[in-house]
Design a protein around this ligand. Structure first.
Ligand code: ADP
Ligand code: MG
Length: 331
C-alpha cells in the first residue's frame, strides 16, 4: 500500500453537507468557508510515542485521544469544532493498526461534526500531530472566546468532571500502585479515552471570566490562568480531593495509595482534559445552568485572590506550608 492509497483508504471521506468545508483531502490546500460573524480558533497538539502514550495502547483509543486532546483546547476557548488536519509519521503502512486508529479518530470527529480536511503522511517514528479549527462568535465587535487572562479577584474557581484518575492509571502501568480491576478499568478509560468538554466550553461563553483545559495537571494549568490574569488563588484541598472519581482506596494495603498521593494525583496528575475556569459569584446560577445544559458536572474548589501565587487550604482552614511545585510527588 503506497502513501496515496493509505490516505485514500483511511483518511478520505466525502464532505459533510452543510459543513464549512468547500474542499477537503486531495488538493494542495483544503478550503474552509468561515461563517459570518465568526472568528477562527486554531490549536495544534502533538502526540509522540513513549512520551505521550505507551507503545502498547489500543490504536482505536489512540485515534480517539489524538483528536480529543485537540478538541479539549477548543473547549477551553469556548469554540465550536469545525475541522482538523492530521500530520502522521508512521514506521510502516500496517493496516491492522491504521484501520482501528482511523476508526477511533473519525468516530470522535463525527460525534463533534469536525471534518478531517487534510494533512501529511510520512515514514518515521510514530508521531501524530493534529491541528484543529473551531469557531467563536464575535458579538458587537467583541470576541466571545474564553481566555486565560480574564480572572479577577473574588471570582469563584471551578473544575469540570473528575481529576486525577488518569494519573492513577499511569501509576498502575508503571507498577507503582495496584487498584481493584473495576477501579483500574475506569481510570484507564480516563487516561486512554478522555472526553473533551466541548459542550461545557460553549455553554460557558459569556459566563466564565477565564478558562483553560487541564492537560498538565490542575496546578500547572491553573498557574497559566493566574499568571496571564495577574492574580492568585486559594484551593480548598477537601473539595479538590473529592474530584478523584476512583475510590475508595486501600489506605494500608501494600500497593494501594493514600490520601496524600490521591491529592497529588488531583492537583498535579495530568492527562485529565477537564476545564478549569473562573466566574464571578453573581454568575453561580448561570454556571450551574451551563453545567446542566452541557450534561457535565462542575465543582467549585476555591477562589481567585489579589495576592499572587497559590494557597492550598486544608480541612481546618490552615494554609498548607508546601509550595505547589512540591505537590508533584511523582516528579
Ligand atoms: P503535498 O505534497 O502538497 O503536501 P500530499 O501529496 O502530501 O500533499 O497529500 C495529498 C493530499 O492528501 C493533500 O490534500 C493532503 O492534505 C492530504 N493528506 C495527506 N496526509 C493526510 C492524512 N494523514 N490525513 C488526511 N489527509 C492527508
Ligand atoms: Mg506532503
Amino acid at each position: 500500500m503506497g502513501e496515496f492509497d493509505l490516505i485514500d483508504r483511511f483518511f478520505t471521506r466525502s464532505p459533510r453537507p452543510g459543513g464549512r468545508t468547500v474542499l477537503g483531502v486531495g488538493d494542495d490546500c483544503a478550503l474552509l468557508q468561515p461563517a459570518a460573524g465568526m472568528q477562527l480558533a486554531i490549536s495544534s497538539d502533538m502526540l509522540v510515542e513513549g512520551r505521550h502514550f505507551l507503545s502498547t495502547v489500543d490504536p482505536a483509543r489512540l485515534g480517539h485521544k489524538a483528536l480529543a486532546v485537540n478538541l479539549s483546547d477548543l473547549a477551553a476557548c469556548g469554540a465550536t469544532p469545525v475541522a482538523f488536519t492530521l500530520a502522521l509519521a508512521l514506521p510502516g503502512a500496517d493496516e491492522t493498526w491504521l484501520a482501528p486508529f482511523s476508526q477511533g479518530l473519525l468516530a470522535l470527529a463525527d460525534a463533534h461534526g469536525c471534518e478531517l480536511i487534510g494533512g501529511d503522511t510520512t515514514r518515521g517514528p510514530l508521531n501524530i500531530c493534529i491541528t484543529v479549527f473551531g469557531e467563536v462568535p464575535v458579538v458587537e465587535g467583541h470576541s466571545q472566546a474564553l481566555l486565560r487572562s480574564g480572572a479577577r479577584p473574588g471570582d469563584d474557581l471551578y473544575v469540570s468532571g473528575s481529576l486525577g484518575d488518569a494519573r492513577l492509571a499511569l501509576e498502575v502501568f508503571r507498577g507503582r500502585i495496584r487498584l481493584p480491576d473495576e477501579v483500574f478499568e475506569a481510570a484507564r478509560a480516563r487516561l486512554e479515552q478522555p472526553t473533551p468538554r466541548v459542550a461545557l466550553g460553549q455553554a460557558l461563553r459569556g459566563v466564565a471570566s477565564a478558562a483553560a483545559d487541564i492537560s498538565d495537571g490542575l496546578l500547572g494549568d491553573l498557574g497559566h490562568i493566574l499568571r496571564r490574569s495577574g492574580v492568585g488563588a486559594r484551593i480548598d484541598t477537601e473539595a479538590a480531593l473529592a474530584l478523584l472519581a476512583s475510590r475508595p482506596w486501600p489506605a494500608d494495603a501494600a500497593g494501594g495509595f493514600d490520601a496524600e498521593q490521591a491529592l497529588a494525583c488531583v492537583l498535579a496528575g495530568g492527562d485529565d482534559y477537564e476545564l478549569v475556569f473562573t466566574a464571578p459569584p453573581e454568575a453561580r446560577s448561570a454556571v450551574h445552568q451551563a453545567s446542566r445544559q452541557a450534561g457535565t458536572p462542575v465543582s467549585r474548589i476555591g477562589r481567585i485572590e489579589t495576592d499572587p501565587g497559590l494557597r492550598l487550604i486544608d480541612r481546618d482552614g490552615r494554609v498548607r506550608s508546601e509550595g505547589y511545585r512540591s505537590f508533584d510527588h511523582f516528579a
